[in-house]
Design a protein around this ligand. Structure first.
Ligand SMILES: [Zn+2]
Length: 171
């Protein structure tokens, strides 16, 4: 463990502001041996992902936000400049890919929702079309059947007329 002598000033705003690009292999309180903070509890061991100190671990009071103590110091020594640049580039690449994945998932969810809506609209339109077809067919059947009724009526009338004429002739 390389305890750091870095001054407090270099910490400002560099921790907790952006999430870690990778999950922690060891939880912030699962490291050994424990380092106690001023309030007597085990201090948390976090990883910095700032531009100046990527991948550098630091100790901080676990309850700093809930009225804990002011413990805040480096756990590791400073990074090699080449490794620092490499880690910043890798961090940025991971952040960019995660952001892109989030956007793509959102676009996919939107597209799926639109597809479902279109499927529903198509099914509705198809049902309406079938209903229209049924009605049109029924109308045509009715039209075809009507003349038959007319013919039957004409036939009945002809029989009546023929009978009347027959009886008139007899009379
Ligand atoms: Zn504390």
């Amino acid at each position: 463990m390389a305890s750091s002598s870095t001054s407090r000033g270099s910490w400002s705003g560099e921790y907790g502001s952006r999430r870690s690009p990778i999950p922690y292999r060891i939880g912030p309180l699962d490291y050994e041996p424990p380092v106690l903070c001023h309030c007597g509890r085990k201090a948390a061991l976090w990883i910095s992902w700032s531009d100046d100190h990527p991948g550098r671990r630091y100790l901080k009071c676990y309850r700093a936000r809930e009225g804990g103590c002011c413990l805040l110091r480096w756990y590791d020594g400073p990074c090699d400049p080449f490794v620092r640049t490499l880690l910043v580039d890798l961090r940025d690449a991971v952040w960019a890919l995660k952001s892109e994945r989030t956007q793509l998932r959102s676009a996919l969810a939107d597209a799926l929702m639109k597809l479902e809506q279109q499927k529903k609209e198509t099914a509705d339109a198809l049902m309406q079309l079938e209903q229209n077809n049924r009605e049109a067919l029924a109308l045509q059947v009715e039209k075809v059947q009507k003349p038959e009724k007319g013919m039957r009526l004409l036939l009945c009338l002809s029989v009546v007329v023929a009978v009347v004429v027959f009886f008139m002739r007899l009379g």
